[in-house]
Design a protein around this ligand. Sequence first.
Ligand SMILES: [Fe+2]
Ligand SMILES: [Fe+2]
Length: 164
Amino acid sequence: MDKAIQDALNQQINAELNSAYIYLAMSAHFAEQSFDGFAHWMRKQADEELVHAMKLFDYVLERGGHVELTAVAGPAKKFGTPLKIFETALAHEKKITAMIHALYDLARKKADYATENALNWFVTEQVEEEDNAGRAVERLGLAGDSTAALLMLDHQFGERSEES
Ligand SMILES: [Fe+2]
Ligand SMILES: [Fe+2]
């Protein structure tokens, strides 16, 4: 497969693994704060990121390409309020969307239709990812400084299933 595309796909595998790291760190932080629902939500999010990484991993191999795994950047060690954390998650998803779109542009430029097709799944997935994080930010914004509202949201987020 085209070298530039292969490099970009490997970079995306790294970005997805980094996403998993970021959400796992957030999950641990929430668990330590006894926000078990937010911790669960972030852990599910991390699981999804690993699935994304493996989808790309399998795709590169399927195309006869070379998978090159590189060092995964460490996540932040300092966290703010739950609202701030979900705002960080939303900003991160927007960054990932931009990366997917840049990859898509590259596949188009190189007339790599198979990669373009494989990336369609990711384009759709990013709409959902931004929507999920965006709605979380909105609801946490509504909760404001109310501990009761925050605990209610924590309970709701704890019900996140595999798909959502
Ligand atoms: Fe992802
Ligand atoms: Fe994501």
